[in-house]
Design a protein around this ligand. Structure first.
Ligand code: PGA
Length: 261
């Protein structure tokens, strides 16, 4: 694990975007795993700027998203398909047919998730997976108690996640109670992981993920077992890390080596 600690979320997002851009330059047919939530938005804005400036192109890139609310149509303004279109896909040169989000209206969810995993496999697997982290340590919708070997499936949201996400809906009762989500095991198969965490309300989750024991009660802690995982945090999200000075010193070198600086 490399833990990059920046003063601000803008700085962390720029650095994370650089890592994504470097992959796309090296591998124009890269397969990206993408995340929703407020956290990756600044990074997506930087990637859109890079694309507009002609520095990178998504023309041959394929993407698969982590999750989707079960029961929401892709046209619903809180669906993750809608979110991705508005926050990234509409601003870059990616072909919409190459972007994949689980179908929240799938009647047969088992068929939907099996096809989704099969399609990722057929594309050669995910080169780089973008992740946020929930205040309870979840990645995608893998809530505490999710098996660390779980696959894409239907999941039930915890009251905490419903509360956290209620800000996007008119009222908490409108937040769907279930979602289709890639599993921890599915996520772990990505060749590289880039997790973003910003703000003081993520400090406990980051602490648990990085310095806690590997446990299904903080599903992000499974990332300790991943061989190429990068956390990009702002100072507030990293504030509770015991070894944060060491990580900062080590990661700066790792990032330089990675970017060929
Ligand atoms: P957020 O959500 O980016 O809106 O904080 C993160 C998550 O729940 O994974």
């Amino acid at each position: 694990m490399e833990i990059i600690i920046c003063k601000t979320k803008e700085e962390a997002s720029r650095k994370a975007a650089d890592l994504v851009a470097a992959l796309i330059k090296a591998k124009p047919k890269a397969v990206l795993g993408l995340a929703t939530g407020s956290t990756p938005v600044p990074m997506y804005q930087y990637l859109a700027k890079d694309c507009a400036a002609g520095k990178i192109s998504f023309k041959q890139v394929k993407s698969w998203n982590l999750d989707e609310y079960y029961g929401l149509a892709p046209t619903h303004d809180q669906s993750y398909r809608y979110f991705m279109d508005k926050n990234l896909f509409d601003h870059i040169d990616i072909a919409k047919k190459n972007t994949h989000v689980l179908n929240g209206l799938a009647k047969d969810w088992k068929k939907e998730v099996a096809a989704y995993e099969a399609a990722i496999k057929k594309a050669g697997g995910i080169d780089l997976q973008v992740l946020g982290i929930g205040s309870d340590g979840h990645i995608a919708f893998n809530e505490p108690g999710s098996s660390l070997t779980s696959r894409t499936r239907i999941v039930s949201l915890t009251p905490q996640t419903i509360k956290d996400n209620a800000r996007f809906f008119k009222k908490a009762a409108d937040v769907p109670k279930q979602a289709l989500s890639m599993g921890v095991g599915s996520i772990m198969e990505a060749r590289r992981i880039v997790l973003l965490a910003f703000g003081a309300n993520k400090a406990d989750a980051v602490k648990g993920a990085v310095e806690g024991g590997v446990s299904q009660f903080c599903t992000a802690s499974a990332l300790q077992m991943h061989q190429d995982c990068w956390f990009f945090c702002d100072a507030a999200a990293a504030a509770k890390l015991k070894l944060r000075k060491y990580y900062a010193w080590r990661a700066e070198e790792a990032l330089k080596a990675e970017m060929g600086a």
